[in-house]
Design a protein around this ligand. Structure first.
Ligand SMILES: *Cc1c(COP(=O)(O)O)cnc(C)c1O
Length: 428
């Protein structure tokens, strides 16, 4: 398979990597045929690979790098912190500063627990919901991805869908039996499940905009419906805002749509390029967590000063201008993608919200897992490789989302649009 780029050093590294790492990578989404490019360094909106190719990056490490790569202020702050020690196992003032910033921005946040990844955040959120309610079952949406732990790896999006294992072996049936699945944007389905299991459901967990099966926004009024019905049945509502948090608004999707969950999970952007996760929520709920309450959660690296420092330095830079710029550049790109596909009668559905977007190669709307899966994957792959060859890197899967950073502007956007146009020209 020749993708039209010189990737000879990457190929060599891949052959070597395969000897020591599973298929040469450390997370399944990073693998694509015939082999991924290996990164040498990154700056602003660009990735540079070991063969000297330059890519405009719309993957942005699957979401975190909203300021682009190598933000000089974040680097400066992290360097200063490095000199002062990297891990203490004791509390620091900076944890308060970042927690305060979260509470100030995120409507549902009164109390914060920092963890190390989005996976840990959703796992802890679900345990907390179960611990508080004393109920076992959880409701999740088809195709939603909440990390790689047992409770939620059922009909999951992201790599679990791309690489064909939406239900992973190794997860006891007893575990997944307690995870009830419903399609997004379908009021009747959720209503039915809740009525059938009413005294057994601890929580509904959802990505308010699905970002791990492409990009699927909620229908008008749907989040409000979920909020009302969960309240009515005393079920906790968890918004997994690991992607949408700080991206769609300072307060995430809950601010953007004006619907406030009970608990929220955060990650990605919050770490400013370093590993992080956070579980946040109302005080009366969060107080059930150890050491205040009995629900156990702990971590050696929780609230580590490096991630916290990078997080503070990142949030400081997310001003109004940031939202305006990233939304505008994303919109310019996804509208153009739609126009190009339209002009050539290529079946398509382009979904975009704020600085998130994706194209599906299918007729009709994509508003849930089933309609997303109707996309023509072969066409998506042609689109992906076509862009890659022209120096534009998007996530190598239909079931991921593209993002813009503040560094995507001006000539970078023009270059991207030219690449998109050329790729669509080649479709016929
Ligand atoms: C990425 C992601 C996670 C998992 O976060 P990790 O830091 O990769 O563990 C959870 N939920 C959503 C919505 C995500 O996009």
């Amino acid at each position: 398979m020749d993708i039209g780029l010189n990737l000879s050093k990457s190929k060599e590294l891949f052959e070597e990597a395969k000897k020591y790492l599973v298929k040469g990578v450390n997370s399944p989404v990073r693998y694509f045929r015939p082999h991924p490019f290996f990164v040498d360094y990154a700056k602003d909106c660009y990735l540079f690979d070991v063969d000297g190719n330059r890519y405009i990056d719309y993957c942005l490490a699957y979401g975190p790098m909203v300021l682009g790569h190598g933000n000089s202020y974040v680097i400066k702050k992290v360097m200063e912190q490095l000199e002062r020690g990297t891990l203490y196992g004791c509390p620091t003032e900076k944890e308060i500063i970042l927690a305060k910033e979260i509470v100030k921005r995120v409507p549902s946040a009164e109390i914060v627990r920092f963890v190390n990844s989005g996976t840990e955040a959703t796992m802890s959120a679900i345990r907390l919901a179960r611990g508080i309610t004393g109920r076992k079952k959880i409701v999740k949406f088809d195709g939603a991805y909440h990390g790689a732990h047992d409770y939620v790896l059922v009909k999951s999006g992201s790599g679990a869908l791309t690489h064909g294992v939406p239900n992973s072996p190794g997860i006891p049936e007893e575990t997944t039996r307690n995870t009830i699945l419903v399609p997004l944007n379908d009021e009747d389905a959720l209503r039915k499940v809740i009525k059938e299991n009413k005294d057994e459901i601890s929580c509904v967990i959802m990505e308010p905009v699905m970002g791990n099966i492409g990009c699927i926004p909620p229908k008008d009024g749907y989040l409000e419906f979920v909020r009302e019905i969960t309240e009515e049945w005393d079920i906790l509502l968890i918004f997994d805002e690991v992607i949408t948090g700080f991206r769609l608004a300072p307060g995430g999707a809950q601010e953007y749509y004006g619907v406030i969950p009970d608990l929220t999970t955060l990650g990605k952007i919050l770490g400013g390029g370093f590993p992080i996760g956070a579980l946040v929520g109302r005080e009366d709920l969060m107080e059930h967590l150890s050491p205040s309450g009995p629900v156990y959660q702990a971590g050696t690296f929780n609230g580590n000063p490096i991630s916290i420092t990078a997080g503070i330095a990142t949030l400081e830079q997310l001003d109004e201008d940031f939202y305006r710029k990233t939304f505008r550049s994303a919109e310019k790109i996804y509208k153009f993608i739609g126009e190009c596909a339209e002009k050539r009668n290529i079946p398509h559905c382009v979904n975009g919200v704020g600085s998130m977007f994706q194209i599906y190669f299918t007729d009709g709307q994509v508003l849930d897992y089933e309609s997303a899966k109707r996309s023509n994957i072969e066409m998506f792959n042609r689109y992906f490789y076509g862009l890659l060859k022209r120096g534009v890197f998007i996530p190598p899967s239909q079931f991921e989302c593209c993002f813009t950073s503040v560094k995507h502007e001006g000539e970078v956007i023009e270059e991207t649009l030219r690449a998109i146009e050329e790729v669509f020209k080649k479709f016929q």
